[in-house]
Design a protein around this ligand. Structure first.
Ligand code: GRF
Length: 205
């Protein structure tokens, strides 16, 4: 039997980590040939840490205020990921704009998930922005990370309806169900070498 080495992932999360969990679930079900090498968080209270503990995954807590500069913070994170031979970095509710040293260390090897159909509604509270704007369709986007805020090349998107009586909470829940499907899918495509980036276009081979 051919034995393929699982893709080594490094996950960055700041909060509850339900996307982190959905990735772990797909790995455990045998649907995703990957392994989470380390969780890095900027928040000592992140529930993602509990998930790492339950799954015997190493976790590191780095707070930006303990570093001299933003560059130093991201250089440290890049070094920790590199020293563990991480091949793909997964932002799973990491509530910061990633600094250049990390982006340079992992070119087109950092993914993020955003709870809107980019380029609509980048930034914080994307679901509230969608409800307030009155769009009839929203969704989520997995994209590669560049130095901008939610501006990198788009890998996959999923759409959901927005109903007239939706609140930020009800729409967030509907979108989250799709997030948990498309993030593992995007990682799987990467692991199969099927993502080809040309400028800002990602071709799925
Ligand atoms: C998700 O809505 C994701 O799209 C956004 O942050 C939230 C993280 O949720 N980037 P969780 O921590 O994965 O549950």
């Amino acid at each position: 039997m051919k034995c393929i080495k699982p893709l080594q992932l490094g996950v960055l999360a700041s909060g509850r980590g339900s996307n982190f969990q959905s990735i772990l679930n797909e790995i455990q079900k045998g649907n995703l040939p990957a392994s989470v090498r380390v969780l890095i968080t900027d928040n000592p209270d992140a529930y993602a840490i509990e998930r790492a503990k339950k799954n015997d995954i190493e976790f590191l807590i780095f707070k930006p205020k303990d570093f001299k500069s933003k560059d130093e913070y991201y250089r440290k994170i890049a070094d920790e990921l590199k020293s563990r031979e991480v091949e793909l970095v997964i932002l799973a509710g990491f509530m910061r704009i990633v600094g250049k040293p990390l982006i340079d260390a992992f070119p087109f090897k950092i993914m993020n998930i955003h709870p809107a159909l980019l380029p609509s509604f980048p930034g914080l509270h994307a679901q509230k922005q969608a409800v307030d704007y009155g769009v009839k369709i929203s969704g989520c986007t997995v994209h590669f990370v560049d130095e901008g805020m939610d501006t990198g090349p788009i890998i996959i998107q999923a759409a959901v309806p927005v109903y007239h009586d939706d609140t930020e909470e009800t729409l967030s829940q509907r979108i989250l169900e799709q997030e948990h499907k498309i993030y593992p899918e995007a990682i799987k495509l990467f692991s199969e070498g099927r993502l080809e980036v040309k400028g800002r276009i990602v071709n799925i081979k």
